[in-house]
Design a protein around this ligand. Structure first.
Ligand SMILES: [Ca+2]
Ligand SMILES: [Ca+2]
Length: 213
């Protein structure tokens, strides 16, 4: 007589099944975190494309791209941090020519250094879409302000926020052309998922910065 088929699992079989489920779950969460990271990178790229479009539209009205710094341009006394981003936001938010140039997503608007324009006349003149004088920054999906620099200021060092605190940065160089990226336009980039700027590193694999070039 054949033995009757077994109804359940042995302990060893059960442990093997549990181990396999564990490995699959681990793989799943790794794939999920990879997917989340790539979708955040995609979002940063999309937002930068929108910013680039805003800057180009601004240039049609004003004949030039927004300046790299409100402090430099209008000689107001700022705190010298994230000047490019704040100037970009301030100019794209300006309705002085009857339209504004960028649809700001609220979740990406911050004022990390809590500063204000400090010049009531200039604030009136720019006619911002914002209801107060805060010098806001537009941040990437990881909460760090994008860097913005006008081509005439590529040689200048600016203080920008990164994950570990402020650092000095200047425009990024292209190894292919042996000069700056976007030599006649402007640079916008994100420090990427690690929140640290690696625009200067020679090895592209050592940088997760997200840049349109
Ligand atoms: Ca600010
Ligand atoms: Ca980075």
């Amino acid at each position: 007589m054949n033995p009757s088929p077994r109804a359940g699992f042995t302990l060893v079989e059960l442990l093997v099944v549990i181990a396999i489920i564990g490995v699959l779950a681990g793989l799943g969460s790794k794939m999920l975190s990879f997917a989340t990271k790539s979708s955040a990178i995609g979002l940063a790229e999309q937002e930068m494309q929108r910013l680039v479009l805003g800057v180009e539209t601004y240039q049609l009205d004003f004949g030039d791209f927004p300046p790299s710094s409100m402090e430099q341009e209008y000689e107001i006394s700022g705190n010298g941090l994230d000047e490019g981003n704040e100037s970009l936001v301030a100019h794209l938010a300006s309705r002085s020519r009857g339209r504004s140039y960028f649809e700001f997503k609220e979740e990406f608007l911050e004022n990390l250094d809590d500063d204000r324009i400090g010049d009531a006349d200039l604030y009136q003149q720019m006619r911002w879409v914002f209801g107060d004088e805060q010098l806001r920054e537009y941040v990437d999906p990881w909460g760090v302000p994008y860097v913005y620099i006008h081509n005439r200021d590529y040689g200048i060092d600016y203080s920008v926020t990164q994950e570990s605190g402020p650092i000095k940065i200047h425009a990024g160089n292209s190894r292919k052309t042996a000069t700056y990226h976007e030599p006649l336009r402007f640079q916008i980039w994100s420090a990427g998922p690690d929140g640290i700027h690696q625009i200067d590193v020679d090895d592209p694999d050592a940088s997760d910065d997200v840049a349109p070039w």
